[in-house]
Design a binder for this molecule. Sequence first.
Ligand SMILES: Nc1ncnc2c1ncn2[C@@H]1O[C@H](COP(=O)(O)OP(=O)(O)OP(=O)(O)O)[C@@H](O)[C@H]1O
Ligand SMILES: [Mg+2]
Length: 738
Amino acid sequence: MTECFELLSRYFGPQVARLLVEKNGIKALYPTQEAAIKSGLLDGENLVLAAPTASGKTLVAELAALKHLLSGGKVLYLTPLRALASEKYREFSEFFGIFGYRVAVSTGDYDTADPHLGRYHVIIATNEKADSLLRHKAPWFKELTLIIADEIHTLGMEKRGAVLEVLLTRAKTVLSRAQFLGLSATIRNVEELADWLGAKPLRVDWRPVPLREGVYYDGVIYYQDGSSRSIAKHSDPLLDLAVDTLEEGGQVLVFSPTRKSAISDARKLASVSRRFLEGESSRKLKESASRIVQHHSDKISETLAKLVREGVAFHHAGLSLDARDVVETLFRERVLKVVVATPTLAAGVNLPARRVIIVDYRRYDVELGYYERIPVMEYKQMAGRAGRPGFDKEGDAVLIARSFDEAEMLLEEDVKAPPERIYSQLGSEAVLRSQVLSVVATSEELSDESGVEKLFVKTLHAYQFGPLAVQSAVSKTLKWLRDSGFVEKSDGEIRATPLGRRVAELYIDPLTADMGKRFFSSTRASTPLTYLLLLSSTPDAMVISARKKDYDYLETVLEQRGNELPRPPDDELEYYDYLSRLKTALLLEDWINEVREEVLVEKYDVGPGDLYFLTQTAVWIAYSLSQVAEILGYAEHAAKLGVLSKRLEHGVREELLELVSLKGVGRVRARSLYNHGYRSILDLLNASVDDLARVPGIGPTLAKSIKAQLEPERRDLLEDSLSEGLQSEDQVQLDSYF
Ligand SMILES: Nc1ncnc2c1ncn2[C@@H]1O[C@H](COP(=O)(O)OP(=O)(O)OP(=O)(O)O)[C@@H](O)[C@H]1O
Ligand SMILES: [Mg+2]
């Protein structure tokens, strides 16, 4: 009997332990897992575990979860990124499936309580999605017995961190008996975070696959441990480093700071990746390249397809989700040997990279408009993608320096440096507005102002900066919420108004709702462009920047369509911001007027992935504002915004809304049907399968499916299976990065 089996059967019994060993293939526990168990992981102890990348933290989470499930518990697994949620969903489904437990992943639509999640044993959600579920008072929330916060260093990230912070604070209050587990490879102040969470800190410094970190300059990699490696110098540092790994049969993951640089680095690398193509993988790459351009025929997708044929790809958030998925899968299956990604791919993912190359230690901040140094934490996350168990026996991560001096500096200040301390990000006004309203709207137990303050006094912010600062910020926020009609006070009790409750559920910034309110009271029902500019002007909007070359045509629009638009601001900075928002509104207007996707990508200089998130974010704001208008009694605005949100969802003129409600019929096919005389469901009912099959873009299979959807009994059946399908999938993915 192995030691591992013995330890597992002590906690799980021999039957389960056997399954863990035989079916899940756990032959021996990693020191990380043993240390966690020794610290009370399986005895219900709260833990914050800081252990290196690839050290097996996922299995720590899985074992804790299994323990809970076996005694009838329910588990919530939090992750900061959508991509990570999907990866964990795949892993967990396999792990827990063996024991008959059901896993769900939920990252999409923010305006639902997803009651069906109650049927699952393990729920994987992004932090934002979990926050929205809490706001909808998801009935199963109180049944949770274990909360796992993976990548808990997210707490220190601007904007996103505070969501996790308040979520954990509230979960601690509501679920006073639940177990909490925080995981990360990159926390320095473990003790502090653990103390805040009422958990034991646990540090493990062990990695199953050795990871050597170093800096490259002029033909030599200088490693952290003092050793070095000479590289044959042929052309450029990036290419030489890539060839060095490819020649030894390894794969290379390159991190490049911007989308543009990722594409140009991938282009550069094509000259070497080409040389390493083999017959079978070459064929697979060609097939995948055709898949990439099948649904997207814009320039970015075409460039990607061309590069994939040459054995290299780029990966960034501007790509469509399918394209990103194709790239990740090809790399994982070792068909594609070189990928250049922006840092969004970094945290948590398991990829077979023998070498990670970090091209630049600086990053361009779009909002600030200048370069800044990437935090050590981010560097460590990128480096940690190399040398993952199951893929490689060793890994290395190399930062490229431009001078010897820089090499020395990077070795000291990044490679050898500990990650930064994590500080609460709850200080921002926007976050407080949203979180304070949510707390008032959804906590039954807090009846007065001091109750709300008491909850915020339990946050990490109060822990680190003292309770007074939080109390005064909360009280200021409450005053704003009251003045703006989201919260009311009577007999000393504080309550959310119906508007406030709905705004909290909709997951929009209260300021967005307030802007809507002011617009509705001062403006008559308007044209789509007016509404689109309103949506694009809210703090929740995703905005594309206007560039110098755009100014001329934007100012022409201002002149010609001034009656549809509010007067631009006089202040110069605000004026340019206004132009960006106008540009965004014009893109959305083109989208709902059925301008082709490839034209939009070209005209507005965005990626197809951006287009998706821009339009879906607009759907969410339009829908939310229509709800706000309805509550406030502006029926006409509500109706117009309701239609607008549907048009934004499908990218169509109003006349196509009926047709796009059919499964398999998008904006292009609906237009084709319409132009061939099928303008409504009734027209389709009167048509035969053959008639429909002849319409360009429809064909016999879809024609049959359309008719099947229209048959009343089968329609009911279809609807059932459709809604099942939708429940287990993400419907609207608002969060590209999270
Ligand atoms: N006891 C074990 N025996 C064999 N393989 C293991 C064991 N535990 C984990 N692994 C494997 O090691 C890899 C570690 O990945 P994991 O996702 O757990 O890393 P992590 O610690 O979460 O790192 P990161 O900080 O990068 O997220 C996985 O591929 C996993 O299958
Ligand atoms: Mg992990």
